[in-house]
Design a protein around this ligand. Structure first.
Ligand code: C2G
Length: 446
């Protein structure tokens, strides 16, 4: 019996895939089809499959062509599969010509002609692209524009800001200093205006029926944050908070491990985020144009605390060193939380420096995420006995921004919010920033 193996994603199974499977089957007597896992696809840059692994498996199975199906978790697996399953022929479409010649050592390699004129990307983009308008200016915007190019089905169309942006990446975009002009032309907005403008900018877009992805904090109170989500629901549109860390695979996994009891009961979550690059401490810097430490860092630092311990803390204390109290610019803020059975803390600073690590303390062990933990691809689970320690690596592309855009685009297509940041967490973040602004539970240092 001649055994044949082939691999693929088979997203939105189309005529080209089916022809390939039929030809592969005709090369022998028994066909094994390896379907790529979502994580493997992510790591090789295929980030926005429309279908889940189960849907893709079902679609291939329903063709009735495959005799056996397996899941492909990584590139190196092919050699192992070929040897273990006693495969005689490896085959794949001619778009891979030459790429798999190294498998000749283990079995015969055949490249089959690819069916011209059809691909999953074309099927995907037949659906109209989501047009995104940028609101406000910040250096960060260029990253968003660059990352959006990796995501099928979205395009950044224009920008609304008081001044025409100077970055070369933004030059080809439609520009207006009139918000309405942008809103008329787009399906969605990405808001990166000054923190005090987020709420009004988001509300205006939502009331105009546009989907919103908004940098954190969404607002300066829980009520305002809740209101934005309520308007979005009433209009059947998507409201999402943009904290890119939430979309890093390593971060997602460590939250699941912590919540799943891997380190016992969590009794402390401690997050540190600092940066001096904004020049807040340099004489002559125009502080009124800068984000303070709290708006710049607290949302990301608070995220693991609220996602692991929940938002119902019993008590909190903010300790702040102001750089300019009038302008509400803090050089450094530490927040201590007391929960019924745990504690937590964040240290955020733009005018002080510390090790930017995240430590989650449990009754059986701890999770250690080295600096800069908010854009990490790596963490460790550590125990009393070192031999039980585990290290985890996950590929991180574009600091999580492209996965965030994928989640936003998928939410819009599915008409269902699949954001990793719940409404409740967004509301509590807004409240903490509001309490800081109103000096509630705040001790001033110095
Ligand atoms: N294919 C084809 N004609 C098309 C489109 C795809 O013959 N018009 C073939 C591809 O060459 C591949 C198979 O269908 O052999 C599955 O294609 P994809 O789902 O795009 O998967 P791919 O990324 O090519 O997976 O380990 C993964 C494999 O190496 C390749």
């Amino acid at each position: 019996m001649v055994k044949v193996i082939t691999y693929g994603t088979f997203d939105l199974l189309h005529y080209g895939h089916i022809k390939l499977l039929e030809r592969a089957k005709n090369l022998g007597d028994y066909l094994i089809v390896g379907i790529t896992s979502d994580d493997y696809d992510k790591s090789r840059g295929k980030i926005n499959n429309k279908q889940t692994l189960m849907e893709r498996i079902r679609a291939v199975r329903d063709t009735g062509i495959a005799d056996e199906m397996i899941i492909e978790e990584d590139e190196g697996q092919k050699i192992d599969d070929i040897c273990r399953l006693g495969v005689d022929i490896f085959t794949v479409g001619s778009d891979w010509e030459g790429h798999f010649d190294y498998l000749n050592e283990f079995c015969k390699v055949i490249y089959l002609p690819r069916t011209e004129g059809i691909s999953s990307s074309e099927v995907r983009t037949e659906q109209r692209k989501i047009r995104i308008g940028l609101v406000g200016t910040a250096v960060f915007q260029t990253k968003f524009v660059n990352e959006s190019k990796f995501v099928n089905g979205v395009e950044v169309f224009g920008i609304y800001a008081s001044e025409r942006p100077s970055a070369p990446e933004l030059q080809g975009l439609f520009y207006s200093d009139n918000y309405d002009q942008i809103l008329e032309r787009v399906d969605a907005v990405y808001i990166i205006s000054k923190p005090e403008e987020h709420y009004a900018d988001a509300k205006k877009a939502l009331l105009a029926g546009k989907h919103v992805l908004c940098e954190s904090p969404l607002a300066f109170s829980k009520d305002e944050s809740d209101e934005l989500f309520r308007i979005a629901k009433e209009h059947d549109i998507i409201m999402m908070e943009a904290i890119k860390t939430a979309y890093s695979t390593a971060y997602e996994r460590l939250i699941l491990l912590a919540k799943g009891g891997k380190i016992g009961k969590v009794i402390s979550v401690d997050a540190v985020c600092t940066s001096l690059q904004d020049g807040l401490t340099i004489k002559g810097t125009d502080l009124s144009r800068k984000w303070n430490s709290m708006c710049g860092w607290a949302p990301v630092a608070l995220l693991p605390i609220f996602q692991i311990l929940g938002t119902d803390y019993k008590q909190k204390t903010l300790s702040t060193l102001f750089l300019d109290k009038e302008a509400n610019i803090d050089a450094f803020t530490k927040i201590d939380f007391v929960y019924p059975k745990a504690v937590a803390s964040i240290k955020v600073a733009k005018g002080a420096k510390a090790e930017g690590e995240l430590i989650i303390t449990g009754t059986k062990g701890y999770i250690y995420v080295p600096a800069p933990w908010w854009k990490t691809d790596y963490f460790e689970v550590r125990y009393e006995s070192q031999e039980n320690n585990r290290r985890f690596f996950y590929q991180l592309d574009g600091e999580g921004i492209r996965y965030e855009i994928v989640a936003f685009a998928k939410s819009i297509e599915m008409k269902k919010n699949i954001s990793y940041i719940t409404e409740n967490v967004s509301g509590r973040i807004a409240q903490i920033i509001g309490d800081f602004n109103n000096r509630i539970d705040l001790i001033e240092l110095g």
